[in-house]
Design a protein around this ligand. Structure first.
Ligand code: G3H
Ligand code: 13P
Ligand code: ZN
Length: 315
């Protein structure tokens, strides 16, 4: 479907990251400006990047536009990129994305029982293998909103290390998203930044060995970026994200893919609001969208820097 050699299965990028003790940034997109910002940032940082679209983002853009925009991105990029389905809810959604040319899919059957999660995931792996497409699955439950699934923060369950090893063995997946205390969206802690359970991650790594683990809900939710949104009329309350130092620690213990959406939304929104407020006479969308795009690019560069600095294990 995509002829460009820069468009790679995510597995390749993750194995490479793991062997270098770094992680690949996986950034959500919903339009052309986001793709441009993400790919330009990755190229300036000289790092590979994963472009990911959720089911609601796919519904918003449509497959033909996604294919065209991502083909263009692959054409201009000097760095490898992957096109990944974020939180595919069942086999059918994953199959459709594979058929449409995605190079990586996530089957998120984490709300099912362990056995049913394995069953649905295996089905996706068997199909994806025929096309060289990578498969990510999830075990454990993140607090917050996972696309079409809403999870109460009280029911967040850390991934069980023994189950993680068994799950990988029985499904032959390429990467596993785990729950160690992150959650989606801008409210990751009630009164401050949540602490990640690095000890759970260490136990998982001990059981699964050199295997690419994925951290969802990993936005930093920087207070200055939130303050800019609120200064220009937004109402984002109790915003707390994951500390950079926790992300760096997690990368030391096998996190090879870090998912970021909220940070980009906040960067885009704050600068869009600022531009619209400060230049009320402007009617040219390239001016206000251009500023928002540049802010997203800066945010992506900042995150990529954190993820790609080589992490040494100090035991
Ligand atoms: O993990 C969830 C992502 O932030 C996607 O959110 O379904 O609103 O595109 P979305
Ligand atoms: P954030 O909401 O922390 O950006 O997480 C995004 C994510 O995990 C997408 O799958
Ligand atoms: Zn997620």
């Amino acid at each position: 479907m995509f002829a460009n050699k820069r468009l790679r299965p995510a597995k390749e990028l993750l194995i490479n990251a793991l062997s270098n003790n770094v992680a690949v940034g996986a950034f959500n997109f919903s339009n052309m400006e986001m793709v441009q910002a993400i790919v330009e940032a990755a190229n300036e940082e000289k790092q590979p990047v994963i472009l990911q679209a959720s089911s609601s983002a796919i519904k918003y853009m449509g497959f033909p536009y996604i294919r065209a925009i991502v083909s263009a991105a692959a054409e201009v990029s000097e760095e490898p990129i992957s096109l990944h389905l974020d939180h595919g809810k069942d086999f059918e959604v994953c199959k459709r994305c594979i058929d449409e040319g995605f190079t990586s899919v996530m089957i998120d059957a984490s709300s099912l029982s362990f056995e049913d999660n394995i069953k649905e995931t295996k089905k996706v792996v068997e199909y994806a293998r025929q096309y060289g497409v990578s498969v990510e699955a999830e075990l454990g439950t993140l607090a917050g909103v996972e696309d079409e699934v809403i999870v109460d923060s009280n029911s967040a369950v850390y991934t069980d290390p023994d189950e993680a090893a068994e799950f990988i063995e029985r499904t032959s997946i390429d990467s596993l998203a785990i729950a160690i205390g992150t959650s989606h969206g801008p409210n990751k802690g009630l009164k401050g930044n949540p602490k990640l359970s690095i000890s759970t991650l260490q136990k998982i790594k001990d059981k699964v060995g050199e295997f690419p683990l994925v951290l969802h809900g990993a936005s930093a939710v920087y207070s200055d970026a939130v303050a800019l949104c609120n200064k220009y009329g937004a109402n984002i309350k109790n915003a707390y994200g994951i500390l950079d130092q926790d992300i760096e620690e997690a990368i030391k213990y096998g996190i090879a893919k870090v998912n970021v959406d909220t940070d980009l939304r906040i960067a885009f929104l704050g600068n869009l609001r600022k531009s619209l407020t400060e230049k009320p006479e402007n009617i040219d969308m390239r001016a206000y969208l251009g500023l928002a795009k540049e802010a997203v690019k800066l945010a992506v560069k900042q995150r990529i820097k954190t993820f790609s600095e080589i992490k040494e294990l100090t035991l």
